[in-house]
Design a protein around this ligand. Structure first.
Ligand code: FAD
Length: 420
């Protein structure tokens, strides 16, 4: 394995890296081809990750976590993804479920669901996508009808990661279709609730150890206390969640890229053509150098953005504990500008890097790189999804540009005001 740059990680964070790396090497690498081939859910590895206590590294200690934040989540994801991006996703998908509970849940809701998600006792999932509402989440058709102290959910959600394996689901549905985007609301639904079943299991190009399912809601009655945030605030919940979860996709992407490069270098050091090793060809060395530069640029962006996010997250938790307000409210007070632009940059940049690097790795290995019994092609298949989910990279670029336009516009207004 190549040396990795130390971005000022603390001793605790270095311990997390060591632990996750050990699981990746000893527990994931030996079984990853099996899960890729069979598309079964990797329960035995989930058990190892649970025992190592790596599920909740980003959660506050009062909810059974390690007291970390985004950096810790990304370190785990990066290391596990070096071995298998599909298996690592089972862990980060739980984060995608826990983040909205942490940001928008009241204390009772946080106490009810976070400890199980943090220990990995129960897995989590997050589902906003529907067949007609992909990039455009405002087109959500699933409904949640209020009936006294309950909501009754109806609709079909699709492409749910950790679907069927999870027991706690964040689900988005509209409480009032007439209100369009302002009707969409977030709910927590537990597995086993009558009226909540699973539909089609998807078969996929990559991340085949990850389970992807349809969720079906037919008159599914859930307590009103399962609503996260206010009615009509679902899209805020989703966007704020993505602000903190997209770096997780970036870390998954970089882990996949680094894993592919490590396997490639191991091979080309020994492979001989024209009487010399493949690694001694300068054309190959330049590709290696480009891959390494791109990965390191991604890591530099990821971990510097994370450092700021960690600070905001930790301060907001501490303030919310004192004030009794939602963590999200404290976050907005601390950082009214939000982190959407930077989070989208991390996700888009790192996932584009992963696709470029893994494609080049197949190229550097030649024909063997294309074969299913050699580990490199799997990285290329796994990398592709990182450019698609949690908002495609086109959508990330839309968001980055939109934030830039707003920032420039507000600067211009301020300048005009100052003139007067
Ligand atoms: C394996 C897998 C796991 C997933 N897991 C989850 C999950 O756990 N939870 C969940 O909620 N969702 C999940 N998704 C859904 C995922 O987030 C969506 O697939 C993704 O957001 C894109 O939506 P779509 O597939 O409907 O594509 P579409 O929205 O139909 O997009 C098609 C193309 O049009 C482009 N496009 C769309 N709108 C614009 C625009 N405004 N500007 C420029 N280009 C645009 C897109 O970039 C894309 O290239 C998963 C998807 C997959 C494949």
């Amino acid at each position: 394995m190549l040396m990795t740059f130390d971005y000022g990680f603390t001793d605790d964070q270095k311990e997390i890296i060591k632990l996750a790396r050990e699981i990746a090497e000893k527990k994931i690498k030996p079984v990853r081809a099996h899960y890729d081939e069979t598309e079964e859910f990797p329960w035995e590895v989930i058990e190892d990750i649970r025992k190592a206590d790596l599920f909740g590294v980003y959660l506050p200690v009062e909810y059974g976590g390690f007291g970390g934040a985004n950096t810790e989540m990304c370190l785990v994801s990066e290391e596990l993804s070096k071995a298998c991006g599909g298996i690592s996703l089972a862990v980060t998908a739980c984060g995608l479920c826990a983040i909205p509970i942490l940001l928008f849940g009241n204390e009772a809701q946080r106490q009810r669901w976070l400890p199980d998600l943090g220990s990995g006792k129960r897995l989590g999932a997050f589902n906003i996508t529907e067949p007609d509402a992909g990039s455009d989440a405002t087109a959500t058709k699933s409904t949640a009808r209020r009936e006294g102290d309950y909501y009754v959910l109806n609709g079909l959600k699709n492409f749910c990661t950790n679907g069927e394996a999870a027991e706690i689901y964040i689900v988005f549905a509209t409480v009032n279709p007439v209100r369009g985007p302002r009707g969409i609301t977030a709910f927590v639904v537990e597995k086993g609730t009558p009226g909540f079943t699973f539909g089609k299991k998807e078969t996929k190009m990559g991340i085949r150890a990850s389970s992807t399912y349809e969720l079906i809601f037919e008159n599914c009655k859930i307590p009103a206390s399962n609503r996260l945030g206010s009615e009509g605030y679902g899209l805020f919940v989703a966007q704020a969640t993505f602000d903190f979860s997209r770096p997780g996709v970036g870390s998954q992407a970089l882990g996949i890229a680094q894993g592919a490069l490590d396997e490639t270098i191991k091979y080309i050091r020994n492979r001989k053509q024209f009487g010399q090793t493949v690694i001694s060809f300068q054309a190959i060395q330049h590709m290696m150098a480009d891959c390494a530069m791109k990965i390191e640029a991604g890591r530099a962006l990821l971990y510097s953005v994370n450092r700021t996010m960690d600070k905001i997250q930790k301060e907001a938790y501490a303030r919310a504990k004192e004030s009794g307000k939602l963590v999200y409210e404290e976050m907005r007070a601390l950082n009214p500008g939000r982190v959407t632009k930077y989070s989208a940059m991390v996700k888009a940049f790192c996932s584009d890097v992963a696709m470029q690097v893994t494609t080049d790795c197949v190229q550097m290995c030649g024909g063997i790189g294309y074969m299913r019994d050699f580990p490199v092609e799997k990285y290329m298949r796994d990398a592709k999804i990182t450019q698609i989910y949690e908002g495609t990279n086109q959508v990330q670029r839309n968001e980055i540009a939109m934030m830039m336009i707003k920032e420039y516009a507000s600067q211009m207004v301020q300048k005009e005001l100052l003139k007067v």
